[in-house]
Structure formats: C-alpha cells, structure tokens
Design a protein around this ligand. Structure first.
Ligand code: TYD
Ligand code: MG
Length: 455
C-alpha cells in the first residue's frame, strides 16, 4: 500500500498544498496552512482503527413535509430578508463594515423579539455591558427582558447558555472576538473564529435556538476571517450603506430556508434604524427632473419593485484613453452597453469620458437596468432631458435587440403608483396587464430607444 502523504490545508479557504507555507496563495491569509492527515478523509486511507459503521435509514423523497419553524420579529424589513423569519436551530451570519449599524440592528431585533415573548441572549464581545445598555436605552429597548452577556470565550458562553432560560435566539457580536480553549492560536485568528463559529452552530442545532453571528467585513468586502464560515452557516446577510447616506440595506446572499434576492431597507436616525416601507420614494426623493442624463429605472429586488434614478455624464475626453467610472452598477455591463450603442446605433462615445451613478448610493445587480442606462447615456450625450414621467427597463443583448425581463407588470404598477405615466420596455413582455393607465412604449431594439430619446 502506498504511504499516506501528509497534506497541508488552508484553514481559511480549504486550498491543499504538498508542503507547509506561511501564506496561502489562494486566499492570501497568513498562518492558516496546517498539516492534516489526508488519509483520514472519506473514501481511502488505512483501515487500521476504523469503526465499523452502523446502517442508517434510507428514506423516500416523498413523505411528510414540515415547515421550518420560524421566529418572526415583526420588523418587516428583517423578516422579508430572512425569508419570513429566523429559522429555529439555524445559524445566520450578518456581515457589514464596522460602524454600519449591525449592533444597532441586532439590539432592535432582540428587543422586538423579547416584546413578543421570546427569550433572547445578547452576547457582546466588543462592548462592555455599560456601553450596550447605553445603546439599548437610546434605542428604547432597555425595558425589555433581553439578557446580556459580555463574554468572548466560547466554552464560557456555552456554559452560561446551558444555565440560562432556554433561549429562542442567541446573538454573538462578533465572531471576530470569539476564542476557544480548544484552539491554540491567538484570539481573532482564522482558526479561532472557525472553531468558535463551529461550536455556536453545534449549539444551535442541538438546542433548537436560532443563532445570529455578527461578522466584520474587510476592505475587500468579505467577512473577515475564514471564508469557510460563510459555507458553514445556513444564511448570510450583508448590511450595507454608502458613506453620507442614512439608509441601510440588508441584503440576503445565501439562505438555505428562503430566497436570496430579497432586501430590507432601513434608515439610520437618532433613535436607531427605522424601516423604509417604500424605498422608491426614498431613492427618487432628490430628483432633478429637468436634468439631461437621468433615467428612472423600474427595478425589482426580490419580490419588491424599487425605482431608482440612473445618472450618466458623457463629456468629451481630454485623455487618450477616456475614463469610464461606475458607481452602483457593473463596469463590464456598462462597457457592453457602450459597445452596443456604438456598433448598432451609431452613437460615438469613444472620445468621451463616461460617468455612471446610481442615485442615493443604491447598488443594482439586475441586467434589466441596461435600457435605463442606455437612455441616460444618450440623453446626456444629446443634452436633451428625458420625459420626467417615464420609466425604463429591459435587457440589451449584444445584437442590439431588447429582451423582455421578468415581472413587467409589477414594475409598471409601482411606477404608476409613484405618479409615472409612461414606460419604455421590451416588446413581448409576457405578463403585461390588459388595462392600465400607463402608456407602455414597447420597443424591439436599441436603435428604437435612441430614435425616441434624440427625437
Ligand atoms: P453600530 O450598530 O455600533 O455599528 P456596527 O455594530 O456595525 O459596528 O452603529 C454605529 C453607528 O451608528 C454610529 O456611527 C452611530 C450610529 N447610530 C445612530 O446614528 N443612531 C443610533 O440610534 C445608534 C444606536 C447608532
Ligand atoms: Mg458593533
């Protein structure tokens, strides 16, 4: 039998090396490569000392169904993002920049759940009890039964939880402060975070309590520490916001118990986070309707329509290579729209700087924004403002045709509700309502839009 080779595995990203090295080339983390006996893995290795397996039950796919039991907070924006409430026995990770408002959101969540009769334990590893109390007072949460613990050692946390009144929800703020006696590295290291998170997930599964883990995000936009933490938990939410803006978006990026394209919108104020039930009104609030280069995009975020203004500035370039700057949208996607405008519509932008901005610091991920982007670009180039009562949506293909996108009816309905009277959209949208007050200008290809804007 061949001699088992040792392998060296990065504890952060799982990359495998044949020899030890200080820095993982795959994820760039230092001191995460650890020797593991690869032969102990699945499907191979020596038979020595192996336990004889006991047969488990094989079950059919059909059978009794159980709804995942959820804890509903009553904070609609949060419940929507989690897919209808936090699932008992699951672990949820909330990531975000330091200072974005994670602790604030979770204190408000804790208070809301407590008011609904759930028992909640808030474990703060970052702030002293006095600090947490001060915040709770400001958030009007001090009169609830939320139980506080200022602790960072995993074993101590688990021991305390075992004695506590069976908690429905445990909040760990944050995973970067967790450390365990079982891991030898210093607190805050990848291994410590991983071991700590693992222990909390095990606690969630065993006790049936939901666990919310807070994680800080690094400059690169990832949750600091092991990437594997994102794989370990049941759901990952990001709490985002732009500097200078008061609103915050809770975005679901992974959810084993619900959809992943939902968002919750909040506004940060003196008394904490306030739910924003109609984000379109917020994003369109400061609109200058007479400016050229601004188009309103009728977008969808999960099940909810969101209208945002897309602003473009096209100006002759003084540089050999013109500038292309994008905020809130995809740079490659902009390059594509520019190329299609050049190739199929005769719109020459090669000597122009192009700046694109999604108003209010919102971030769009939908290709349906293509048409609104194109409209804003052409409007800026021609200097002619777009009609103030018009919304745009549709995907542009490389051939220059405009393709239908989902939920056209809902987009139109939201636009109508906000006082828009017309829309430019792809022809052949499947679910358009027969009767409506809005004028739907259906177009087949991008040149139709250019003709319309330039006219
Ligand atoms: P915090 O929840 O501590 O952020 P995180 O836990 O993500 O690091 O929020 C910090 C910021 O929020 C801080 O700059 C102050 C601001 N804030 C308010 O504007 N209003 C409030 O009611 C609270 C509690 C905080
Ligand atoms: Mg905090």
């Amino acid at each position: 039998m061949a001699k088992a080779k040792p392998s060296f595995i990065c504890q952060s990203c799982g990359a495998v090396y044949t020899r030890w090295q200080g820095k993982c080339e795959s994820c760039g983390e230092w001191n995460t490569v650890v020797e593991e006996n690869a032969s102990g893995g699945i499907g191979g290795g020596p038979q020595r000392g192996r336990r004889k397996g006991t047969p488990s039950a094989l079950l059919p796919l059909s059978g009794e169904l159980e709804e995942a039991p959820r804890i509903v907070s009553g904070i609609d924006e949060l419940d929507r993002a989690t897919g209808g409430g936090i699932v008992r026995g699951s672990a949820l990770l909330i990531g975000g920049d330091p200072g974005i408002g994670k602790s604030t959101l979770l204190m408000q969540t804790a208070a809301a759940l407590s008011r609904r009769g759930h028992s909640v334990v808030y474990v703060s590893g970052e702030e002293a009890v006095a600090q947490v109390r001060l915040r709770a007072q400001r958030l009007n949460a001090a009169d609830t039964d939320v139980q506080l613990m200022a602790e960072t050692n995993v074993e101590d946390i688990l021991a305390t939880l075992a004695e506590a009144r069976r908690p429905d929800l445990v909040i760990i703020d944050s995973i970067q402060t967790l450390w365990s006696d079982l891991a030898e590295s210093a607190p805050g290291t990848v291994t410590q975070v991983r071991v700590g998170v693992q222990a909390m997930i095990r606690f969630a599964k065993a006790s049936g309590a939901a666990v919310i883990l807070v994680g800080h995000v690094t400059k690169e936009g990832q949750i600091a520490g092991p990437r594997v933490v994102e794989h370990m938990v049941d759901a990952v939410l990001y709490f985002e916001g732009e500097g200078g803006h008061h609103y915050r978006i809770l975005r679901t990026v992974k959810n084993r118990f619900g959809p992943t394209d939902e968002i919750g919108v909040f506004e940060m104020g003196d008394l904490g986070l306030r739910e924003v039930q109609n984000p379109s009104e917020l994003f369109l609030g400061e609109r200058n309707e007479k400016a050229a280069g601004a188009a309103v995009f009728a977008g969808m975020e999960g099940t909810r329509p969101v209208l945002v203004e897309i602003q473009a500035l096209v100006a002759p370039s003084a540089l050999g290579t013109p500038r292309r700057a994008v905020l809130g949208w995809d740079q490659p996607r902009l390059a594509m729209v520019l190329a299609v405008l050049e190739a199929h519509c005769g719109v020459r932008l090669g000597q122009h700087d192009v700046y694109l901005n999604v108003a209010g610091g919102f971030r769009i991920s939908e290709p349906a924004a293509d048409l609104a982007v194109a409209a804003a670009l052409v409007s800026s180039l021609s200097g002619a403002p777009l009609p103030a009562d018009c919304v745009y949506f549709g995907e542009i293909s490389l051939s220059g045709s405009v393709r239908p996108v989902g939920q056209a009816a809902q987009r139109l309905k939201e636009a109508e509700k906000l006082g828009f009277r017309q829309a430019v959209l792809p022809s052949g949208s499947p679910d358009l309502p027969r009767t409506r007050d809005m004028v739907a200008n259906e177009i087949e290809a991008l040149p139709d839009l250019v003709a319309r804007v330039a006219a």
